[in-house]
Design a protein around this ligand. Structure first.
Ligand SMILES: *[C@@H]1O[C@H](CO)[C@@H](O)[C@H](O)[C@H]1NC(C)=O
Ligand SMILES: *[C@@H]1O[C@H](CO)[C@@H](O)[C@H](O)[C@H]1NC(C)=O
Ligand SMILES: *[C@@H]1O[C@H](CO)[C@@H](O)[C@H](O)[C@H]1NC(C)=O
Ligand SMILES: [Zn+2]
Length: 514
């Protein structure tokens, strides 16, 4: 704190503004947080959703309007104190309507669509083509290897392939290479009309996929037998929906003050799910950051720069924050000394969970859980104590949890940057999680206020001092080896895909398995 006093005095003398502006302290930042302002931001976000089809989701107009809302504050109102930019990225937008499969005898066949299924041409009634069978290989996996496709005349046809042995994406890629125009996959352990679940095609390379239907074992086996007996079978597959790349945006805003080589960063995602306005998830974090930003704007004399990030496309796989972290240059990675993540911090029946990469009493490590992100990450250090102690002092019962890769800290953790997050819970804590009713009434204002104060306080400490902040860890995501960029991008995509699969803020429901 002493050094920051000195810095403040020097700055003030140099500008001749002694005593005009106050020094940034943890207490001052926390005291500035106002419930009415947080509520007002949430009301604005809800209004934006209502004006744009009920949501603020990736690829939809409500998201763009949310970006404009944040920009109005960050670059217009607070523009003399912050440098703000919008970072654009692209991601696959998916909207599924329906799938129909008409069998060789004109019958409607019960079928299931994978996610990220490319639509058949609109208005054309689907694609009609001959079906071609492919061999089953229980040992190596059916049609998982290129030479298994030798001699298969798939050009212009719809291929019938047995599931299993490898990712369906692999089979579809080979089929496409052979000139097939459609794909029917026989589910090897689905015998009735109630499939247990669905599977996915590529969310990152939709152009490399083709319209695909999944059929039950009895249906697929019967067709295979007829084809093997020399019959000619013609089927019609129609997939209706939208699958295309769409742009989205992160908003990044950094104080002009403070050493830009020592950055304390705070992030919250700005998108909602398509189902609703996303007021707790994550209007709460968005409002917290805006409120803290407005407070920071009043102060001088802090030695470390403060950077705010509002992430896009979190709900479809942490896409915005992963784009940001994976495109950072190593020298810029090293400048980020700490990352705070605020995602769902105003649940109506809140718990007060501080999540991080923690050390247990025996010195063992929690928080690597065998996940892809497991080898990244530094311990969370002082950030955990700052948040937990503030909440405990305010009379809240604090719980601790380890990172599970479910929110925007994942990319920072993978880069070895120490980070921490607050979370007030879903399920019983937030029955409107990912629902239309995640609206202005779905907030515990006391929880949101106290969490925002805790966040402001912790920021105030680190903006002045890095005591207790661990060094960045040496991670497996090696940013220096640019020639290994492809591998690295696969790692990042894997983090993103994993984030979509696990039960998460990013994506509700159990891990999907077929
Ligand atoms: C996003 O897609 C647009 C249009 O194809 C392209 O111009 C732009 O460069 C892409 N942006 C990124 C970050 O890849
Ligand atoms: C499938 O979706 C298309 C496009 O929205 C629509 O025109 C069509 O009626 C739908 N078909 C069925 C069977 O629901
Ligand atoms: C980081 O890890 C890599 C691979 O394990 C190793 O080669 C490198 O020396 C390490 N760097 C540092 C600074 O520890
Ligand atoms: Zn969220």
């Amino acid at each position: 704190m002493k050094t920051s006093h000195a810095a403040a005095a020097v700055f003030s003398l140099a500008t001749g503004c002694l005593a005009r502006r106050m020094e940034l302290t943890p207490e001052a930042l926390a005291n500035d947080v106002r419930t009415e302002q947080l509520q007002s931001t949430l009301w604005n976000l809800e209004h934006i959703a209502h004006q744009h089809g009920g949501n603020r989701a990736f690829g939809r107009p409500g998201y763009k309007a949310s970006v404009d809302f944040v920009l109005e504050r960050a670059s217009e109102r607070f523009g003399d104190k912050f440098d703000t930019y919008v970072q654009e990225f692209n991601h696959t937008y998916e909207e599924f309507f329906n799938i129909t499969l008409t069998g060789p005898d004109g019958e409607d066949v019960f079928t299931v669509s994978p996610r990220f299924n490319p639509p058949t041409p609109a208005g054309a009634g689907g694609i009609t083509a001959r079906l071609v069978n492919t061999p089953v290989d229980r040992k190596l996996g059916s049609m998982c290897w290129e030479d298994q496709w030798d001699g298969i005349d798939a050009a212009g046809k719809i291929v019938l392939v047995r599931r299993g042995g490898c990712d369906a994406i692999v089979k579809v890629l080979f089929a496409k290479k052979k000139g097939a125009i459609g794909f029917v996959m026989t589910h090897h352990n689905w015998d009735n009309e109630k499939p247990m679940s669905r599977f996915w095609l590529s969310s990152t390379n939709p152009d490399m996929m083709m319209p695909t239907a999944i059929v039950s074992r009895p249906v697929g086996n019967a067709w295979a037998a007829r084809l093997d007996a020399g019959e000619e079978l013609v089927v019609t597959l129609a997939v209706n929906g939208i699958l295309e790349r769409r742009p989205s945006w992160n908003v990044i805003s950094q104080t002009k003050q403070g050493d830009p080589d020592k950055v304390i960063m705070l992030g919250a995602h700005l998108d909602s799910v398509p189902a609703g306005p996303g007021i707790n998830d994550d209007g709460s974090g968005t409002a917290a950051l805006l409120e803290i930003m407005e407070s920071v704007e009043r102060y001088d004399g802090f030695p470390h720069a403060i950077r705010f990030a509002w992430w896009g496309a979190e709900e479809v796989g942490l896409v915005g924050s992963l784009f940001y972290t994976r495109t950072l240059e190593t020298k810029d990675v090293d400048k980020i000394k700490y990352y705070f993540n605020y995602d769902m911090i105003g649940s109506p029946y809140p718990m007060f969970e501080v999540m991080g990469r923690l050390e247990d009493s025996s010195g063992g490590l929690f928080g690597n859980g065998g996940r892809l992100i497991g080898n990244g990450g530094a311990l969370s250090g002082i950030g955990v104590d700052l948040l937990a102690n503030y909440l405990a002092d305010a009379g809240k019962e604090v719980t601790h949890a380890v990172f599970d890769g479910r929110s925007d800290y994942a990319g920072f953790d993978a880069l070895g940057i120490p980070c921490v997050g607050l979370f007030t819970g879903e399920d019983v804590h937030d029955p409107c999680y990912h629902e239309a009713c995640d609206n202005i009434n779905n907030i515990d204002l006391d929880a949101l206020t106290i969490n925002t104060k805790a966040a402001a306080y912790a920021l105030g400490v680190l903006a002045n001092s890095l005591d207790g902040v661990p060094k960045r860890a040496n991670t497996t995501v090696n940013m220096q080896r640019r020639n290994k960029m492809v591998d690295q991008f696969q790692t990042w995509d894997a983090i993103s895909e994993e984030a979509q699969w696990v039960r998460t803020c990013s994506h509700g429901g159990q891990k999907l398995m077929v």
